[in-house]
Design a protein around this ligand. Structure first.
Ligand SMILES: Cc1cc2nc3c(=O)[nH]c(=O)nc-3n(C[C@H](O)[C@H](O)[C@H](O)COP(=O)(O)OP(=O)(O)OC[C@H]3O[C@@H](n4cnc5c(N)ncnc54)[C@H](O)[C@@H]3O)c2cc1C
Length: 279
């Protein structure tokens, strides 16, 4: 099956000057038992922070404190390149979506999945007001097109911040078909409501880790005029990428399907993960 290209509706990349920042926690909210919103503020937000409409997957590299010392080894930036602090261990980086930015109040919001398997998941559970965190980026924004008729948007908990932005930023008139895969229904996070959306929560504790791929395979909306965005655990996302690309025949410029983390792998490089899947 092949789709018709939608004129002028391709993903555009806009690069930004890389700025290192040190911010601190100013507020927190539990969104679900394993999802915690942390709001950050600080003088380093006076330097303009890129936050563009429909760049819903924009992410920062967060620099976490070294678990042994509590120090944050925030790199410097020279000529657009990171300069690691000399004589120090490589900083502990992880990618996180910018859920919201309030320029007037100087507040930046990140929603963290809480889990005990890695330093970022553990830090987010125990962080309290005043705790510091390093921020780098976003280095670039993928500006998603807003002129498609239908959007298939799917992911697990790590994708919920970007999915929430899709709901807030998609133009009125576009239809969104949304699948959110959760460890269990107790982890349900409400997504912003918008007209023209069908939203299904999928329970991995009942249907297993393949439930997201099953839902996408059963998806029956027309492929013409369709844009697809999917993110989540890499092994769960891989069969979806193959289905959308090889079975539905969605052109590369009309989809973005990304492995955000991988079971058993610490500090996954999501760019390398995507490149692994070219067969
Ligand atoms: C572009 C992008 C945007 C992202 N946005 C968000 C976001 O907004 N919110 C968010 O919570 N995450 C987000 N992630 C995912 C996050 O970067 C990873 O989950 C990261 O691995 C967490 O780091 P860690 O130090 O906790 O675990 P790591 O040290 O990386 O991994 C240690 C172990 O923990 C496991 N693990 C990692 N993540 C999870 C998880 N979520 N659940 C269960 N086990 C896990 C790994 O499989 C590994 O076995 C994003 C990732 C990318 C690439």
């Amino acid at each position: 099956m092949n789709t018709t290209a939608v004129d002028g509706q391709e993903i555009q990349l806009r690069m930004h000057r890389l700025v290192p920042r040190l911010l601190c926690v100013v507020d927190d909210v539990m969104l679900a038992p394993s999802m915690r919103r942390l709001v950050f503020g600080g003088d380093d937000l006076r330097e303009p922070f890129p936050f563009l409409p429909l760049a819903v997957a924009d992410h920062v590299k967060l620099v976490f404190p070294e678990p042994a010392t509590g120090e944050i080894h925030l790199p410097a930036v020279a000529d657009g390149r990171l300069v690691m602090p000399p004589g120090r261990p490589r900083p502990l980086f992880r990618d996180y979506t910018v859920r919201a930015l309030d320029r007037v109040a100087g507040r930046l919001t990140i929603d963290f999945v809480l889990h005990d398997h890695g330093p970022a998941g553990r830090w987010a559970r125990s962080a309290t007001t005043g705790d510091q965190l390093g921020f780098l980026g976003p280095r670039g924004s993928h500006l998603y097109p807003g002129g498609f008729e239908n959007y298939l948007i799917a992911g697990d908990e790590t994708a919920l911040p970007a999915m929430a932005r899709w709901m807030e930023e998609l133009p009125a008139g576009a239809t969104a078909h949304v699948f959110a895969s959760l460890a269990s229904m107790a982890e349900k996070v409400e997504l912003p409501r918008r007209a023209g959306t069908t939203l299904r929560y999928l329970d991995r504790s009942v249907h297993g880790p393949g439930v997201l791929a099953d839902a996408v395979r059963a998806f029956a909306a027309p492929v013409d005029g369709l844009f697809v965005w999917v993110a989540g655990e890499a092994s769960a996302v891989r069969p979806i990428r193959r289905h959308v690309r090889d079975v539905l025949g969605v052109p590369a410029g009309h989809m973005d399907i990304d492995g955000y983390w991988k079971a058993g792998v610490a500090g996954l490089d999501h760019h390398a993960e995507d490149n692994d899947d070219q067969d």
